[in-house]
Design a protein around this ligand. Structure first.
Ligand code: ATP
Ligand code: FE
Length: 334
C-alpha cells in the first residue's frame, strides 16, 4: 500500500510517499523559515500563501518525475492542531486530489504523527511506551498503550519547551527558529557558570511550566548577556535547566508506569544534550531504551503523516468531500 502524506500545519510544507513494503519512497520539504527571520516568528497569513505556492511546486515535481501518482492508495493530510489557514491549504489539496483520483482521504493528527514517527525508522519500538512529546507548541508526557490509546500524564501549563527555546534565542539575537541555534551556542558555554531555576520539579504530578524560567533567563540576559561568551553561558544554563525539568518529570512517569521504553519526539527531540541525558537516565535507572528520530524527522515533515496514514488506513473515507480541519485537535481526543 502506498500513502501520500501532506503536512502543512505551520510553516513547513511536507510531501511524502510511504510504501508499506518498501518504506519511505519520497520525502520533500519546503522550509519557509528564512522568510520569517526578519520578523522573528511566523506570520500566519504569509504561511498559508507560501503553502499554496510550495505545495503546487512540490506535488508537480513528484508527479512529473515519478509514475507514483498511479499507485497511490490513500492520501493522508494533517488536519490539526495547527494554524487554521495553513491546515486548510493542505486539507483542500488532499481532498481535491483524492476526489479527482477517486482514492480515499484521511485526516491525521499532527501530534500523533510526531509521537509515532520514530517507529518509521525503528521497527523494534513496541507498545507500551512513555512518549515525551516536545515541540514548538506542545510539551506532553504520554502513556502510549497502543495505536490510538493515549493517556496524557503531563502537560504544559504555559509556554511549550520549543517556544521557550525560540523566545530565549530571540533575546540572545539568534536567527529564527532559535532552538537549534541556541543549542549550538550552548556548546560553547561554561557549565554551571549560571544556575537557572527548575520550576515545578517538586510539585506532585507531571505538568510543566517554563514561564518562570523564561522570565529569570530574560533578566540575566538584560544584566549579563553583553558578549558572546556570556551569551553562551546563559544558553548553556537555560538548556541545562529545560533538559533537567523534562527528564525529572519523564523519570517520574516511567517509574509510575514501570515501563522501560521511552520515545522522545517533536522538534526539541533534535536537541543532542536531551538525547544524551535521556540515554544516560534510561541506562542508569531503568535498564531500558530511548528512541528518537533522525534529525530530518524531528521537526515537521510529510513522512510522519504518510506513515501514520498507513497505520490508520482502515479509517480512510472514500473519497473525502468534507474538508476537515481542527486547529485545536488534541491527541487526547483520539
Ligand atoms: P507543534 O508540533 O507543537 O504543533 P511545531 O510543529 O511548530 O509545533 P516542531 O516542528 O515539532 O514544532 O518543532 C519546532 C521546535 O523545535 C521549535 O521550537 C524549535 O526551536 C525546536 N527545536 C528544533 N531543534 C532544536 C534543538 N536542537 N534544540 C532545541 N529545540 C529545537
Ligand atoms: Fe510539529
Amino acid at each position: 500500500m502506498k500513502v501520500l502524506g501532506i503536512e502543512t500545519s505551520c510553516d513547513d510544507t511536507g510531501i511524502a510517499v510511504y510504501d508499506s513494503e518498501k518504506g519511505l519512497l519520497i520525502n520533500k520539504i519546503y522550509h519557509q523559515k528564512k522568510l520569517y527571520n526578519m520578523y522573528g516568528g511566523v506570520i500566519p497569513e504569509l504561511c498559508s500563501r507560501e503553502h499554496i505556492r510550495s505545495i503546487t511546486i512540490l506535488l508537480k515535481k513528484i508527479f512529473q518525475s515519478d509514475s507514483i501518482i498511479q499507485d497511490i492508495d490513500i492520501i493522508a493530510y494533517t488536519a490539526g492542531p495547527g494554524l487554521v489557514g495553513s491546515l486548510l491549504v493542505g486539507a483542500t489539496f488532499a481532498c481535491s486530489l483524492g476526489f479527482s483520483l477517486d482514492i480515499p482521504v484521511l485526516p491525521i493528527n499532527h501530534m500523533e504523527a510526531h509521537l509515532l514517527s520514530p517507529m518509521l525508522e525503528c521497527k523494534s519500538i513496541e507498545f507500551p511506551f512513555i512518549g515525551l512529546l516536545v515541540s514548538g507548541k506542545h510539551t506532553e508526557i504520554i502513556a502510549v498503550h497502543a495505536l490510538g490509546k493515549y493517556e496524557i500524564l503531563g502537560n504544559c501549563l504555559d509556554d511549550a519547551a520549543g517556544e521557550a527555546f525560540d523566545k530565549i534565542a530571540k533575546l540572545l539575537e539568534l536567527p529564527y527558529p532559535g532552538g537549534s541555534e541556541l543549542s549550538k551556542l550552548a556548546c560553547q558555554g561554561i557549565k554551571n557558570h549560571f544556575y537557572f531555576p527548575r520550576p515545578m520539579i517538586k510539585h506532585p504530578g507531571l505538568n510543566f511550566s517554563f514561564s518562570g524560567l523564561k522570565t529569570f533567563t530574560t533578566q540575566v540576559i538584560h544584566e549579563s548577556g553583553k558578549n558572546m561568551q556570556e551569551k553562551a553561558n546563559i544558553a548553556r544554563a537555560f538548556e541545562d535547566a529545560v533538559i533537567d525539568i523534562l527528564l525529572i518529570k519523564t523519570k517520574k512517569a516511567l517509574k509510575q508506569k514501570r515501563w522501560k521504553n521511552l520515545v522522545i519526539a517533536g522538534g526539541v527531540s533534535a536537541n543532542h544534550l536531551l538525547r544524551k541525558e535521556a540515554e544516560k537516565m534510561m541506562e542508569k535507572y531503568f535498564n531500558g531504551q530511548v528512541f528518537y528520530n533522525s534529525l530530518e524527522f524531528c521537526t515537521d515533515n510529510g513522512a510522519m503523516i504518510a506513515y501514520v496514514g498507513f497505520l490508520r488506513h482502515l479509517e480512510a473515507k472514500n473519497p473525502q468531500l468534507d474538508i476537515l480541519v481542527n486547529p485545536k485537535w488534541s491527541i487526547s481526543d483520539l
